[in-house]
Design a protein around this ligand. Sequence first.
Ligand code: ZN
Length: 719
Amino acid sequence: MSMQVQDAGARWHTYLTEMKEEPITLLCHGGAEEMALHVDFRDLQAWDPDFAVGVLEHPREIIREGENALAALCRELGHAIDPPIRLYDLPPDVRRYLHEIGSDDIHKMRTAEVIITRVSELKPRIYDADFRCVLCGAMMPVRQESEQELVEPPICDTERGGCGAYPGSGKGSTRFELVIESTRMINNQFLEIQELPEEVKGTGQPARATVLVEGDLCNQFLPGERVTANLLPYVHSEYRRNRRTPMFQIVHRLHSANRESTPFTEIVVTEDDEERIREIAAEPDLLTLLQNSIAPSILGSGKLNFVKRSLVLQLFGGVSRKNADGTRLRGDIHLLLMGDPGIAKSQLLTYMSKISPRAKYASGGNISAAGLTAAAIKDAFGDGRFTLEAGVLPLADMGIACIDEIDKIGSSDRGSLHEAMEQQVVSVSKGGITTQLKARCSVLAAANPEDGRFSKRGPNQSLMHSFKETGLPLPLASRFDIIWMMRDEADPQNDTNIARHILQSRLRGVAEARIDQGVAFDPQREEEDQVWADGVDGGRYLTVGFLRKYVAYAKRRYHPDLTAEAQALLVEYYSAERNRAEAESGDYSGSEVIPMTPRQFEALTRLTEAHARMHLRPEATAEDAGCAISIFKHWREEENIKDEAEMQSGVSSSKRNARSRVQVHVRDLHRERGEAELNEIYNRCLRENITEDQVDDAIQTLLRNGIIFEPHTDAFAIS
Ligand SMILES: [Zn+2]
C-alpha cells in the first residue's frame, strides 16, 4: 500500500499531463460544465493497471494526491482552483449489494445500484480553514477532511512563518482564531439511499444507508432517482449518553454517480429469455394467454376477464412522447377498480405489483409520511435540516403505482394526484425545498364505497353515480383511462365455479409447515425460472418471473408508432361515436350529449400502442387499433357509458338536458305569456320525459346561477 500511496502524487502528475491536458485547460477557463475532472476508470486502467487497482484499494489517500497534483497543475496555468477528481465506470469487482457492505469495505471504493429516497437541504461546511495565531498573528491554513469536527493546527508551524507555540492554556501557549473571511466553504448534503427493490430476495426489507454528498455533486440528485453510486464507506462513532461506544455506523461518501441510461437494467433478460419471449409473443391468442396469467388463482369470469385484459395492456403501456414545444404526452395507462369490499381487488393489485417492473404497492389506509407524492421532513438525518422524501409515485417512476384504498388517501395527497397523473411530475414546495420529481408511472388504484357497499345502480345510472359513492373528488375520474365497477352479485352458476376454483387452489397449495420442515418444495421457488406453470383448472399460464422479463423487454425495446391504417380506424371510430351522439340527441336544441371526449380518444391510442408493444411490434397496426377499440367498446357497454363528458364535469347529460330544456320552456313561456308558470313548465317537460323532480332540480340551479328569476310564487322569467 505505502508504495502506491507514496508514488501516487508523481503518477498522477504524469497521468494528468500526458492524458488530461485539454480537460484541465477547460477547467481552468471555466469551460467545463461541472467543476470536476472526470476520469474514466478504464482509461486509467489501460494507462497503468497496477496504479488503477491501487486507486480502488486506497481511494481516499490516492485521489487526494491526485487532487493535489491537479491543483498544482492549475496553479502552473495561473489559476488558483482546486477541482475534485471523479472516477467513473468502475470495474464490476467493486460492485456490492448495499446490505453486503461491512467492515471489510471501509475506505475502499465500492459501487452499488441504488434508489435515492431522501435528499436533504444544502449546508455549507468549512473546507479550507484559515487560523490566526493569537501570539504572533501568523496564518495557519488547515484542510478540513471531516465533516464531523473542526481540526485546528497542531502547532504554530515555524516552517510556515509561525512562532512555534503549541495551543493550550499554559505559559507560552497560544490559541488559534478561525478567520471566516478567508476560509473556503463547500456545500454538503445528505442523501438516503435504498437497495433496489428487485434485488431484495424474499420478503426482506431493502437495506438503507446515509450518503454524504459534497461540492460539485450537491443538488444533482432527486428522490426517486435510480443511480449507480460509487461510494467510499467510512464510519461514524455511535454515542450513548454522550460517550463513544465501540460501535460504528457506516456512512458513505459519494465519490461519483451515474444515472441509469436504459431503463429496467435491473431485470436481466438473457439471449435464451429473449428467444422464449419471442416464441410466446407469436402465440395465436396472446391477449387471452396473458389475461389468464394475471392472478390465475382468482377465477376470471365474465367481466373480470375484461378487467384482466385492461390490466395486461396497462402492464405494457403506451408510448410517452415529447413535443418540440416541450409538452409531453403521457403513455402510461391509468386504471381504477371500484368494487364492494371482498371482491378480489387487492389481490389483483398485489399481483400486478409483482409482475410489473418498478412497481410499488401502497394502501391508502397506512401510507408512509411521504404519502403518494413527497414530504419535507425536519431533522431526518439528525442535523436539523429539512429533507425531501419521495412518496409512492416518484418511487414507482417507470413502473406501476398500485394504490389500494385510494379513497382513504389524505386530502393534500389527493390534490397533488391530478398533476402527478397527468403531467407525471410531483411539484414540491415544502420546507424551503422547491423542485419537481419525476413520476412517470401508471396508476392502478382500487376504491371502496364510503358507506361500506355501493348502492345498486339503476339501468340508466352512469358509472359516475358509483364514483361519487367512493367520496373521491369528481375531476379525478377524468384522469383514469378506464374505470371498472366490480360487484359482488349472486349468480348461482358463477358462484359454484368460484367455490370450486377456491377449493382447487387450496388443495394445490403446499402446506407452509411442510415447506419449512423441508419435506416439500416451495412451489414459488420452483416456479422462478420457468416460463409455464399449470393452473388449478388444468390450463397453463405464464409465471410471474417470466412475465416481468417479458414486460421489461417489451418496454425497453418497443416504442410503436401508429400506422396510417391504425390512425384511420381510430379516427373513424371516434367520429362515428360523436356523430351517433348528435343523431340521438337531435330532438334537443344544442346537442349536449358528448359520448367521447378528446381525452378518451387519447386513452384509446394508448391502448392501441400497448397492444402493439405486447406483440413486440415496432408499429401499431390496424389489428392493434381494432383490438383496442373492442376492449374500449366493451368497457363502455359493461359500464353503461354513454356520456363521457360527465366524467369531466360530474354532471350527466340528462341533468344538463333537463336544465337546458327547462330554460327553453321558461324563455318561450315568458315570451308568449309574460311569465312561465310552474305547472305549464311541468306539462311541457313531461312530454319530453323530464320528471317533475328533474324540473324542480333544474329550476333551483337556474335560479342559483341567476339565469332565471321568480317574479312571484311559482312563476318564472328569464333574467
Ligand atoms: Zn504563532
